[in-house]
Structure formats: C-alpha cells, structure tokens
Design a protein around this ligand. Structure first.
Ligand code: URA
Ligand code: CA
Length: 433
C-alpha cells in the first residue's frame, strides 16, 4: 500500500477502505509516513469529507494507536460525559457526584489543559490536600466503593490524535467536522467509556459558534459512537453567555457545592439535571428520563449528592470540611464590583471575552507553564434578560492585585445593556440520539 494512492483516492472523492485508514494512522504514528503526505490527506479530507464508515474507521484506528484504559473491573456501565468546552462550565464538577449518588459509576480521567479557567483537576485542587496521583488499582477500587474517582491523565492515549491535531493546527485543517468528531470520540473510547453523553455547546463562547455547526458536530459524534458500539447521545446547550455565575477555580467549586445542594444557578442546575438524566438512563439505572430526573432531584434534596462529593474528596486526600465551610477555599485578597453605568436589561454577555477577563486575573493558563491562581475569577450578578439599575453590580471581580482597569474595561466592553426588555436565551437547543 502506498500513501500517495490513499491521498489520490481521497482527492478524487473515493471512499477509503478500513485498511487504507489503518495504514496511514499506523504509519503516521510510527513516523514512517511524513507530515507532508498526511497534511495533504488532511486537506483532501477537509474538502471531500468522510463517509460514516470512514469516520468510524478513523476513530477506531486512532483508539488502537496507543494505550486503552481497561475499566472492565468496575461494576456497571461506565458512562462518560464530554463537553466541547465553554466558559465557566461547572457541569463536570456537579455531574460526577450527582450521578454517582444514584449509583452510576464515574471513572473520570481528567487533564489540566489551557483555557479561561483550569481543567477539572485544577478546580478540585482548590480543596486542600486533594490529589489525583493515584495508582490504577486504587482508582478502580475507589470507583467500585464510592462510585466516583478522578485520576490524572496517564499512559499513552491516542498518540495518533495528538500528532494529527498538532499537524491540523498548522495546516488550516482543524475546522473539519469528520476530523473533529473522530478526534474527540477516539479519546473518549480510549479512556474506557461504554456509553457517552455529549454536551455540545453553541454560541459565542463555544468552539462551534452557530447552531447549525453544533448540530452537525453532534450528529457526527453520535453516529460514530453508535457505529462503534458505544451508546451515544448529545445535548446541544447554550454558550452565548457563561453558564452559571462563577468563572474561576475555587469559585466554581463553591458553585458546584451550591448546585449539589439544590441551591445553584438555574441554568447550571437545569443543564446538569438534563445531562445527568441521560447518563442515568444510559447506565441503565432508570427506565425513563422522568424517573432518572426524579432520582437526581431526590439526591440533591436529601443531601446524598453532597455526601457523595465529601466522600470523594476525602478518599483522594481532600479536606471535605470546605463543603460545609466554603470560606476554607482559596480566597482572593480583593473584591471589586463592576457597576452598571445606566438602567436597562442585560442583552449580551460575550462568553469568550468574559473568559478572557478571568484569565487576565490569573484564573486560567495561557501556556502549559502558566501557574493558575485558584482564588481569583468572576461572579456574574446579572445574566441575559435581567433588569439592572444604574450603580447595581453586574459582576463581582475577585483579584489578587489592585490594578484591574484592563479587566474592568474588558467586562464593560462585553456586557451590553439595552433599554428594551430581553428574553433569557434558550438553554437546551436540542438533543440528538
Ligand atoms: N477538540 C478535539 O479534541 N479535537 C479536534 O479536532 C478539535 C477540537
Ligand atoms: Ca459557572
């Protein structure tokens, strides 16, 4: 088999065979096929697309390119949740303990990553003593015992995807739905998921800015999952404004605690109940979404969800007393209010720009080497549709430095008030099964 023929086939819109796809992924991973041939193929795929069969083959070839996590010793159906990323997205912190509390095994492998705030692990490290450096065996035991554990990324997962993603990044071939979909799905499958709930974000703060693109990406991922034997569904959720109120690491942990206690922001609570219900059904712990939702609402009400969170923290070295006393979380030295300059209704909160403002405070990582300040961030006091009086706070800024002019300017530039009444945005734009 020759790489040049594979490129030519794709260029001419022929369907690649399973063997051709395995050949180029294997050759690219082991270094026998050079970057220039693979970038040419990526560009051909960008223009010609991929059939459903090709997408499934590409996903599985990437899964097979490295290690796979073996979760077979964990009892039950392992349902993973994946979000395509947004601003102040506290869902993972809430969903883990929430679904674990009704018996769904949550075996989460997580990373730190770059972004407006840290990854799930960074956020959890706001809790004194909490750590994810545990052995695989202990990880498995903890999930069986508590139904939830988080471990840091380990092993050599989907090396083909890492190499391809880096190449696509510099060859203008990231924005291809088949390539994005197989990239994301390969990582979930290699991490051991039996079933997958996808939270595909849409809007200004999302990777996919339009509803149409978000729908297409969701459909592509759901088809791949189901075609390779993993029960998969997607929820399309709004990211035109940040989710919940908190954007920052310790602030989001506090928000997660409130939400697990049934006292969280309305949008975050609703999204967690929606995604959670699907996870419970896919894990076969309930027969219907209605039943699943009732189970989740019950554990929020009766304190079981919060207890599960505490047990999880303690099991991984954390000081669970923060749950009852969130003042023990890292605290910023200064707080400032961003005061409304006029009366009106909030009409726009540009999510990614608000995220950037949180980064300016030090809440996120710009490069792999950046050190996150866990204490700092933003608390939105108003969301789209809310009425505001002049002088009222739009945002509370938590900072460890006094000069926040740049942050304030960014916030003012990206929160718009209107004289007319505005409706709150729709939270759930659709579901794809
Ligand atoms: N995120 C991924 O993991 N892969 C892509 O290709 C794009 C976004
Ligand atoms: Ca939030």
């Amino acid at each position: 088999m020759r790489m040049v023929d594979i490129i030519e086939n794709k260029r001419d819109a022929k369907e690649l065979s399973t063997e051709e796809i395995q050949f180029f992924i294997k050759g690219y991973t082991d270094g026998s096929i050079p970057d220039y041939q693979v970038s040419s193929l990526m560009m051909a795929i960008f223009f010609q697309g991929m059939t459903e069969k090709e997408r499934a083959d590409l996903t599985m070839a990437m899964v097979e390119s490295g290690d796979k996590i073996d979760l077979s010793k964990i009892e039950g159906i392992k349902v993973d949740k994946h979000s395509t990323g947004g601003v102040g997205d506290t869902t993972t912190l809430v969903l883990g303990p929430l679904v674990a509390a009704v018996g769904v095994p949550v075996a989460k492998m997580s990373g730190r990553g770059l972004g407006h705030t840290g990854g799930t692990i960074d956020k959890l490290e706001s809790v004194e003593g909490f750590h994810v450096e545990i052995e695989n065996e202990e990880f498995i035991n903890l999930v069986n015992k508590n139904k939830i554990a988080v471990i840091g990324q380990s092993g050599n997962l989907t090396p083909a995807d890492k190499k391809l993603y880096a190449l696509r990044d510099v060859t203008a071939t990231v924005d291809s739905i088949p390539l994005i979909a197989s990239s994301i799905m390969s990582k979930k499958i290699a991490a051991g998921a039996d079933a997958i709930v996808l939270d595909v974000k849409t809007g200004a703060g999302a990777f996919m800015k339009t509803l149409n693109d978000s729908n297409e990406l969701a459909k592509a991922m759901v088809r791949i999952g189901n075609n390779v034997g993993r029960n998969t569904m997607a929820v399309i959720s709004d990211m035109s404004q940040p989710l919940g109120f908190a954007i920052g690491n310790a602030l989001e942990v506090k928000e997660a605690i409130d939400t697990l206690n049934g006292e969280g922001p309305e949008d975050l609570t609703e999204l967690c109940l929606t995604l959670g219900s699907h996870m419970v059904v896919l894990a076969k712990k309930a027969n219907s979404l209605k039943e699943a939702r009732e189970m989740l609402e019950r554990v929020m009400r009766d304190g079981t969800a919060l207890e599960t969170f505490k047990t999880f923290l303690i099991s991984q070295g954390g000081d669970a007393s923060v749950v009852d006393d969130p003042a023990k979380l890292p605290q910023a030295k200064y707080t400032f209010e961003l005061e409304a300059k006029e009366d009106g209704y909030v009409s726009e909160i540009v999510a990614d720009e608000i995220g950037t403002a949180a980064m300016l405070l030090g809440a996120g990582r710009a490069t792999k080497e950046s050190v996150i300040d866990l204490a700092v961030g933003l608390m939105l006091r108003k969301k789209i549709g809310d009425q505001v009086k002049k002088g009222e706070s739009l945002v509370t800024i938590y900072s460890n430095f006094e000069d926040i002019d740049e942050v304030k300017a960014k916030l003012y530039a990206n929160i718009t008030l209107s004289k007319e009444k505005i409706a709150a945005p729709i939270l759930i734009h659709g579901e794809i099964t």
